[in-house]
Design a protein around this ligand. Structure first.
Ligand SMILES: Cc1ncc(COP(=O)(O)O)c(C=O)c1O
Length: 402
């Protein structure tokens, strides 16, 4: 097999909903991926913030093999399986939450959270949901409706009713929309796809106050920023503000599809039998990997904190040295980005050519979301490649644009 033969087969058979780079990944070890032509890449994408443990993790391998050896990959939710039950208990312990619903993706986790919020509000005359501009919550109808970016709605009207959009980090814009009809506020504590934009401390605590004063449900979407990525097990723990529901996915299943809606306080007990379900939710194979990831979460978060600070310093250095191309570096832990003055695709292609995988967030942000096991040496290599890609794109290092 070659990259080209796989790309050709994909073009002949896939729907046209992706704009993919012309390589096919064959294998991986640690933070290195190898494509079908044998070329190696240092991976700062991690399957878009999924592969926290990198590639070839021995504990993941053993956990998955033990499920395979049991002969039962899937049980349905008519019965319990020990892996999902343990994973739920570990999640509640780490997050300080009380109930977990497992599903298969971030969008599904948000659908569950939205349904919980609407059900909580249904006896209270509340159905309106406040979301934010530049947010991203997934592609199913509910999740894409609360995604506050026009480009994701275009061509798919009508969206879900009773959803309104406020400005991120602007409490006045929330107060202007909040009312007794507000059932929920859904927010990413660190916006990912919208361009790596962290919430201010006062903003999240203000949202908590607004939700409390209206008896509304506060939903934190931690699908991308959760699971250790920002330097704590969950991003809300940086802020000391607890949501009523937290949604997770991406890194949770250690590379297998898994999402979760996690309930705290007043959100516990909303769902009764029959209210919601997912055939594959809590699938034994995915849950066995979740047990591995969750058992390592405190250590992974500490690594993300230390190495994330180092990455942040290096990215600030890049911004200072390439003022013609860079606006600023933002982010927390190992979820970071550089806002560029140009669309990032050419820089991404140049990095790929030089053996580094990076991706974009929004229209102008170059995003860095490596496996959480990344080392300082990996970061140094990645930063050197980004610098050389930026130099090759014509910007002169150290020259101020103004
Ligand atoms: C914050 C956030 N929420 C939800 C989603 C949707 O997750 P999924 O693609 O697993 O449905 C994403 C995906 O990037 C995300 O970043």
């Amino acid at each position: 097999m070659s990259n080209q033969s796989i790309v050709d087969t994909a073009k002949a058979n896939y729907m046209g909903n992706y704009s993919q780079f012309p390589i096919a990944i064959k294998s991986g070890r640690g933070t290195i991926l190898t494509d079908e032509d044998g070329k190696e890449y240092l991976d700062f994408v991690a399957g878009i913030a999924v592969n926290a443990l990198g590639y070839g993790d021995e504990d993941e391998r053993k956990a998955l093999l033990s499920v395979i050896d049991s002969g039962v990959l899937h049980t349905s939710n008519l019965y319990y399986n020990s892996h999902a039950v343990h994973a739920a208990a570990m999640l509640n312990e780490l997050a300080g939450s009380s109930e977990v619903f497992f599903c298969n993706s971030g969008a599904e986790a948000n659908e569950a959270a939205l349904k919980m919020a609407r059900k909580y509000g249904s006896g209270r005359g509340k159905s309106e949901i406040i979301s934010f501009h530049h947010s991203f919550h997934g592609r199913t109808y509910g999740a894409v409706t609360v995604t506050g970016q026009e480009k994701y709605h275009k061509g798919f009207a009508p969206m879900l009713p009773s959803v309104v959009y406020a400005e991120y980090n602007d409490l006045d814009s929330v107060r202007a929309l909040a009312s007794e009809r507000t059932a929920a506020i859904i927010v990413e504590p660190l916006q990912g796809e919208g361009g790596i934009i962290p919430a201010d401390r006062e903003f999240l605590s203000g949202l908590r106050e607004i939700a409390d004063s209206l008896d509304a449900i506060l939903i934190f979407d931690e699908v991308q920023c959760g699971m250790g990525r920002t330097g704590k097990p969950f991003c809300f723990q940086h802020y000391g503000v607890k949501p009523d529901i937290m949604t997770l996915a991406k890194a949770l299943g250690g590379g297998l599809p898994m999402g979760a809606a996690v309930a705290f306080g007043k959100a516990a007990g909303i769902f009764s039998p029959g209210d919601h379900a997912a055939t594959f939710g809590g699938n034994a194979a995915a849950a066995a990997l979740a047990e591995v990831v969750l058992s390592k979460l405190p250590k992974l978060a500490a690594q993300a904190d230390a190495n994330g600070r180092y990455l942040g310093e290096q990215l600030d250095g890049i911004v200072a040295d390439f003022p013609d191309l860079c606006v600023e570096a933002r982010g927390m832990g190992l979820m970071r980005g550089i806002e560029l003055k140009v669309p990032p695709r050419d820089v991404i292609s140049a990095c790929m050519e030089k053996g580094l995988l990076v991706c974009s967030a929004g229209y102008t942000v170059l995003r860095f979301v490596p496996p959480l096991i990344v080392s300082k040496e990996d970061i140094d290599k990645a930063v050197a490649i980004v610098r050389s890609a930026l130099s090759a794109s014509g910007a002169e290092e150290g020259k101020d644009a103004t």
